[in-house]
Design a protein around this ligand. Sequence first.
Ligand SMILES: [Zn+2]
Ligand SMILES: [Zn+2]
Length: 410
Amino acid sequence: MTHPELRECFGCGLFQLVPSLGPDMRADCVRCGTGLRRTRRDPLNRCLALSAAALVLFAVVWTAMLMQVSTAGIVHDSTLASGPLELVRFGLWPLALVVVFTTALAPFAKHAGMLYVLIGLRTRRPLPRLGRVFLFSRRMGLWAMLEVLMLGVFVAYTKLGDLVHVEVGAAVMALGALTIVALWADTALDPDAVWEAIERRGQTHAPMPEDRPLVFHPGMVACEACGLVGEHDTDCLRCGSALHPRKPDSLNRTWAMIFAAAILYIPANAYPVLTVVQAGAGQPSTIIDGIEELLASHMYPLAILVFFASVLVPIFKLAGLAIMLTVLVPMVYVGWNAYGESVSRIEAATSDTKGQNQPGPAESAPVAAPSPATTQQASQDATKEPPSLYQRLQDEATKLTQKLRERSVG
Ligand SMILES: [Zn+2]
Ligand SMILES: [Zn+2]
């Protein structure tokens, strides 16, 4: 059983108390449904076994034969490492670096780091710097892209299969198994359980307080790296990450990245990805040409997969983010404030105590706590006929626009 703890929802920012959970249970945010905590049966040992398996498979993937290509009596063996080496030979070393980082260094660092932490928690004297290594392993996990490598190997196999005779080596099987094991290790892991174990071994960034706060008070934020609730503008006691109320400058940065990605999307699809020359003839082919070729050779699942992963998903992602930033962010902001106020109004109507308009934890958590002006207005409104939700939303929108205008002038 876990201890009850105060958590901030990473989906919507609401603070709430997560009760004690037994194994294989989950607690979701009451407002938006984002998972707050998911417990696993035997989370540490299962993940330890899977991380060890992943490292063994990783060694096979990078050392065993990937493909044997034979054409006109000439046989050529290749391993996974021949890809980046070939790129370097053609002067494409930045691309080689990206490939090596996302398919070799990052997955290796992720699984090796996890193994270090999980073994380190089992030894009689815990290994040093478990918290730091766990953070590092989690960050590297974001850059591990073995599935993309798997897709690349599939495409290369089908593309080359038309021209030459291709034998698939042990590395391809190992890569398939590794993709599954890595995914399994991710689902078997309960990161909170690891942090709690690190706490028990006394390896936190700073000494942990005896009793944790279970009620929200203004100024509290959750650590983005480990989920512990602390005071903002300090370092997380457990993992040492800096705590901010919001990701610094997140909306502007997201806009900048959306524009950059939208610009890069055009050459990525309009320019050829490769040119296959056979018997002196051949022409460059773009992503769409590649998909057409796959369709022509009746490889429908692969064609759909490539179309989905390299054409549709980027469009959905960019359009979705742009819509969220232009329409939903202001709407959600207004909606949550209205929601918080409607809750406080219901409370005001049902309770006859004096501090009836004091926002409780549920109401102060949204993007911005109600300003003194709105609280005052709410208390006046409580005596009159309450305005319709539409009216409230419109008022909030006007106020928000005014606030934004003031900020842009200042
Ligand atoms: Zn939520
Ligand atoms: Zn932390």
